[in-house]
Write a protein that binds this ligand. Sequence first.
Ligand code: ADP
Ligand code: MG
Length: 527
Amino acid sequence: MKMSYSKLKYSNMFLNSIRKYSTEISEKSTKWNSVVGLEIHAQISSESKLFSGASTAYGQPVNSCVSFFDCATPGTLPVLNRKCVEAGVLTALALSCDVNETSLFDRKHYFYADLPAGYQITQQRQPLAVNGSLKFNVWTPGVHKTPYEKVTRIKQIQLEQDSGKSLHDTYINKSLIDLNRAGMPLMELVFEPDLSDGEEAAGLVKELMNILLRLGTCSCKMEEGALRVDANVSVNKENEPLGTRTEIKNIGSVRGVAGAIKYEIKRQIKLLEQGEKIVNETLSWDAAYQKTVMMRDKEEKQDYRFMPEPNLPPLRLHMGQGDNKYNLIDVNSFKNKITRLPSEIRQHFVNEFKLIPLMAISIVDEKKLTDLFEETLAENKNRNPRTVANVLMNEVMQFLNKNKLTLDNLNISSKQFGQIIDLLEAKKINLLVVNNILEVLIKNPEKTPEEIVQESNLELINDDEELLKLINKIFEDNPKMVKEYQNGKDKVLRAIMNQVIKKSNNRANLQKASEMIRKLLRPNQFK
Ligand code: ADP
Ligand code: MG
């Protein structure tokens, strides 16, 4: 079974539809160099908040998940949530960070209505972990011809609380405050400025989400605000010091990350070329208008009056030496809890299953595809991994794409998918019929592909006589095509084949049919 590049590209475009951008100019120009560094807030998956017992459930009625501590009632004290620290440690280890035996909590002061205490508890001076790294692939269909690998350093990972949310109601001309988010557990990952454009930033975010999802430490639901990206962007000329940076806050989608950075790089270059200066400002990304807009000026550095949080002792972890008499979190024990990471799985798919890297990247990008692929192979060792991969990424993805379905709608089991593969390998059906089977299967998940093939009469037409009858009927109905092909117009064969596909309800053995047609219409070529 051969897979055409265009087909693969097509399904990947769907799979990565969040990374579909215009192909026009890349933000790199020959004269300008652009630099990007990300700060990512990932909400730690946990039942309760970082310092209180209030629920972290999403979509609850406003102000229904707020403890006395979360609304800064005097006299209340923070109690550190052990589960959140454990999730932070696991994440830090998976990202090759050095976990600090002792980390500290600080108060970062600023005045805002949705921050009742007037400060955020965060880890700035001595965070949970430092000096990590993340390797990822950069590949956006339509932008890059082939994927390339990139590594970024991680400066630090810190634990901190989220703030509440202000709702500006223009109808009653009042600002309302929802404190459900106040105190939500976050890990902030600060990356070094190692990236050079929006596509690389998008690649980083995708890989990080993939890792966090597999570790189970963050839901990564950007639409719920569970993962937010701040992008720092600057441009400079080669061999000159780094330029002044701007910061785009709270970008809420992978597509937005690439789009916002691309826009910002172009904006900065344009300003500099007009002889103007870049000011260190905070921007937000307006996804509807596809532009960055100013939020606040940062030229006068805000004084956050950092000070140690007096109500929380230093956070101490057990690093494996001596006995753990205070039952501290044992860092070493989390080393075994790191699940297989996407990079490892991709490598395995390329080495063991001989998948091309592009295919491995696409399958591993989505956990659901990875699982279906691996389970289908595990159930029957005779199945050819490349066939399984191709059918999954071409026929299955195109089926979803065509019917405007997502992977969440794909409710087929590895048993069912495996049976489709077996039917194909046994030459009982052809590739086109996979679409017909899926159509029935998605509505009747209790059926087996074999049953569907029988009931819907989808078996491959292999019989010469039957094929000949079909072809002759097509010749009869399309005399013009026949003439044209006989007169040397090669392209018409495809149109005739389309008729074969249509008239046989996808069932004809296409290789055989095409050979028969050529023999019938151009007998000279076969002498
Ligand atoms: P600050 O102390 O001002 O917060 P940091 O060194 O913590 O600065 O960096 C904050 C973020 O800005 C990091 O993600 C970093 O990668 C990024 N960054 C720093 N300098 C630049 C630059 N010149 N261009 C783009 N991003 C940068
Ligand atoms: Mg900083």
